[in-house]
Write a protein that binds this ligand. Sequence first.
Ligand code: AMP
Ligand code: ZN
Length: 125
Amino acid sequence: MLLFTIHYPLFTAMSCLFCKIVAGEIPVNRLYEDEQTLAFPDINPQAPTHILVIPKNHLASHAHATQDDTAVLGQLLHTAGEVARAQNLTNGYRLVLNTGPDGGQTVDHLHIHILGGRQMHWPPG
Ligand code: AMP
Ligand code: ZN
C-alpha cells in the first residue's frame, strides 16, 4: 500500500492518454505549446474547429484543481484565447470543460475544448 501511494503519480502519468500525448508517445499536431500548456486537434471533432488545451502536468479534472493550480488554470484560458485568435474564430467560439461523470468527461486529464466555426446552441445536451 505504501509503495502504491508513493508511485501513484508516476503510475497515473504512465497510464494517462493525455500525459502520453504531452510526452510525445502518441503523436498529435502540436498547434501551440508553452511551458505549462499544449493545444492539439480533437480526434473526433464536433465542430469545424475543435481543439483541446491541456496542462502539461497531470491534473485529473477541474474538480481536482486546488489553490496551487490557479496559475496553470489562468494559463489554460489564456492559451485557449491565443489558439482561438490563431484559428481566426473572429465570430466567437465556445470553451467547454466537461468535469466528472455527470459532466461527460471521458479522459481523466483536465482539458478545455475550443469549439468554433458553427453556431452553438443552448442549452447544451
Ligand atoms: P471529454 O469527453 O470532455 O473528456 O473529452 C475527451 C476528448 O478527447 C474527446 O472529445 C475525444 O474525441 C478526445 N480524444 C480522445 N483521444 C484523443 C487523441 N488521441 N487525440 C486527440 N483527441 C482525443
Ligand atoms: Zn495525464
